[in-house]
Design a protein around this ligand. Sequence first.
Ligand SMILES: CC(C)(COP(=O)(O)OP(=O)(O)OC[C@H]1O[C@@H](n2cnc3c(N)ncnc32)[C@H](O)[C@@H]1OP(=O)(O)O)[C@@H](O)C(=O)NCCC(=O)NCCS
Length: 153
Amino acid sequence: MLPENFTIRPVTEAEADKLTKIHVECFPRYWNREVFTDFFSVKDTFAFLVEEGNEPAAMLVYRVAFDQAEILTLAVLPSYRGQGIAAKLVDDMLEKCKVLGVEKLFLEVEVGNEPAIKLYETSGFQHINRRKLYYQQLDGSLTDALVMMRKLS
Ligand SMILES: CC(C)(COP(=O)(O)OP(=O)(O)OC[C@H]1O[C@@H](n2cnc3c(N)ncnc32)[C@H](O)[C@@H]1OP(=O)(O)O)[C@@H](O)C(=O)NCCC(=O)NCCS
């Protein structure tokens, strides 16, 4: 459940600015607006936005392809963390995926991103693979990604 005064709703490319704003504040190597508009140019790309009043607080972007789906990004602004907002975003995405006939969901998460890894484990995702030297850091170094998967059927 979301904390009081927070709402969650699906958004489209028209609100890519809000998704970008959250990404910029949550990731050192953030994505610009063009990345988000490019996402939406691919069929069956969806997003949820959480707001406190009219203020963007968190978002999740995912893409469905046949019976599979992938989380493209998920972030909660620092001051809103630890209140179950990310868990609610993942739950709502899982419900939508069930309706769309998705059987398997995938995501990549940086090794060492404990909050995110714990969140996904709590939401029923399992580690299935590791991609070596997948993410480039601001200093140019490379870190591995864990690939996680959750079955829905
Ligand atoms: C990862 C992130 C989305 C979690 O958001 P959140 O709203 O704080 O998470 P929730 O409050 O919904 O927590 C749900 C579960 O995640 C886990 N979790 C969340 N934050 C955690 C932390 N700091 N340490 C350990 N576990 C954590 C817990 O299992 C928690 O369940 P619990 O509260 O019952 O213990 C948030 O920290 C974030 O935006 N991080 C930066 C962006 C990022 O890394 N995104 C993921 C990219 S793959």
